[in-house]
Design a protein around this ligand. Sequence first.
Ligand SMILES: [Zn+2]
Length: 397
Amino acid sequence: MKKIYLHKVEKQIARHNTIRDINKQIVLNYVRARSPISRAEIARETSLQRSTVSAIVDELQAEGLIEEIGTGDSTGGRKPTLLTLRTGKPVAIGVDVTPSFTTVVLADLAGSLLERDEFPTSSDIGYMDKQILEKVKKLIDQYPDADLEVGMSIPGIADQTSGEIVYVPYFQWSNWDIGRKITEQTGANVVIENDANAVALAELWFGNDEIKRMRNFIMVFVAEGIGTGIIIDGQVYRGEKGAAGEFGHMFVGPDAPVDCSCGRRDCWEAHASEKALLQRYLDSHGNGGGGSMNIEHLIGLAMNGEVRAVDQLKLNAKYLGIGISNLLIGFSPQAIVISGSITKAWDLIKDEIQHAGQRSIRQEVKMTEIIPSSLGERPSILGSISLILARKFASAS
Ligand SMILES: [Zn+2]
């Protein structure tokens, strides 16, 4: 899966038999990135022949991927017809599995959600299979002509080559073959990816312009656990069997407030995840806390100035920064992008994170930006559909 960089586009216009497909993807990418855009503008910017662009646009329209949305300003002569991605036509099903909820969505090419269904995630894998298959099948039956593909984001290790979910630590599921089952029962193509990798990919496709322009960054996905998605040269770095980026289990120090999902108590995740934050907050009340609390509530309290919530959020941010400083030393990326509910309280946590991150700065190296994700709530939902959308926009590789 390769990202197309518009500024390098001339080099990517191929001369071989794939020329048509590649040029088609380049035109589609221009419509996505610059819409509303006219045929003439596309021809000018890509150096493709005007007639080639027109033929490709006809094809993309016939396939229902782009549409005309009226006319632009004329520079003399006929007003140009403007093109945009076609909205409202389903192209991708996203399945986002998190430790608490599993969400199944239907999306169009622009990433807008057309339908959304949700159920509580269970540790019973038979129940999970049944629920997911039922909901995916329903959507595929509903749109028999849409040729839908399924993208799935999971909180664990997914092997892209075999399409198998190798391990989900939170539930200790091994070799979960839901992808094969979906394909067998529906015929749909399935792409499965680790949640942090999927969110990193979503950031490349749906993020703000600043992030979209970056070629090297690390996504730190803070949820029940901590995952990292490593983007190198505009692509997700997966490592052998998709197991790269498990920095949540790097050693940060003993005596974390909770056990890590791997069972140890010295991992980064055990110190800086939502789970760690919640436990520290409950502990700060003494007597074992004597209650339950969810992350949204705790963040709400902190943003409203509740002292204990603010203190614990800042302490969590400090531990987040310690892990990040290790990432900076090893990767020297353009940016660290932090995703997850805690980013809602960014003003409260940014100084703590930056401060710990500073430790890794050497004189000769430019300071790495540490920024919050631009994806909003539940970024892993966008992650799941971007697995499919990125394939539709990417060059044949
Ligand atoms: Zn661990």
